[in-house]
Design a protein around this ligand. Sequence first.
Ligand code: PMP
Length: 393
Amino acid sequence: MLTDLKPQAADKILMLIEEYKADTRQGKIDLGVGVYRNPEGVTPVMRAVKTAEQRIWEAQTTKAYTGLAGEPEFRNAMAQMVLGEVPSDRLASLATVGGTGAVRQALELARLANPGVTVHVSDPTWPNHLSIMKFMGLPFVEYRYFDNDSRGVAFEAMKEDIARAGKGDVVLLHGCCHNPTGANLTAEQWEEVAAILEKSGAVPLIDLAYQGFGDGLDADAAATRLLATRLPEVLIAASCSKNFGIYRERTGILMALAENNSARDLSQGSLAFLNRQTYSFPPDHGARIVSTILTDEGLRADWASELEDVRNGMLALREQLASELRDLSGSDRFDFIARHRGMFSRLGATPEQVSKLKTDAAIYMVGDSRLNIAGLNRDTVPVLARAIIDAGI
Ligand code: PMP
């Protein structure tokens, strides 16, 4: 049996990590992998997370199973963080294995509800969206998103494409900090998206993996909150990996906003069913860290302030890089880097230019020219700026 297996395509980012590790050059720079790093190159455990873990260790008396949908305390705290006002008469929710698990279960839920569902997804998007849908055999079409000239959103094209999604289809949107481009919609543009979906009856699936990494915890949730109030049905897949820095704890949540409380109950039952079929109970440790932090005023304030430092650090690096490139290029054509939000920016370089950065300057980024801003620090920004100009980007 096992001899019949076919080799699976290797993950490009993981391959890049291996290549980077094997590079013996001094001063090599890794802008590939999608985790936050502080200026020392470390992905730290946040202060509030450490304290929460200590408290959990001291207070926890059992490791018996949680609920199939996870602990209500975690789900309520997350709903509050994401939605602000929680419409409990409409909200079903599920603790999941990271944001990836939430995306997967959201797609499973959509297919359970509508076996003929087509998913509309931005071009480009997080590659795992595509590979999960391919693996599930779920039909999807791409909508135009990135304008390679301005490195902003090609909004007219996007509108035209998402208007093609029919009733009961799913439109997958990045709630903030678009991965891989860094280009995001304005508040006015989100209003227009809401109006299009309102008209068509297509259901948004909002992937919210970077709340707090763009313009702040509330600002980054504004688009999600807008759609949640305007539309009868909304799916939200949120990850706690980045904003709590608990990547390996695999903590995420899927929220399904239904039209009324009977559809909510149906959704809640289906969500628990999906966890049961996939892995039974969701992991608890990360979820408990999150609820411990969010329900304690002091811990929450400390976490939010550390998260703000992370966010502002990345913004400062964006400003510095845009400014260095303005000086070196004598133009403002790299100012989009300061306008982008989140951990990533797509430079809009060719694969040859990306490969030149690697060969000539030992700078590693993903082949589509996505760079992780958090892989930089004050000292490496000028090195990258110089290399970008030298590579003819
Ligand atoms: N969605 C997007 C757009 C992401 O970038 C990520 C993380 N790379 C995820 C979802 C899932 O994150 P995780 O499963 O690690 O929580």
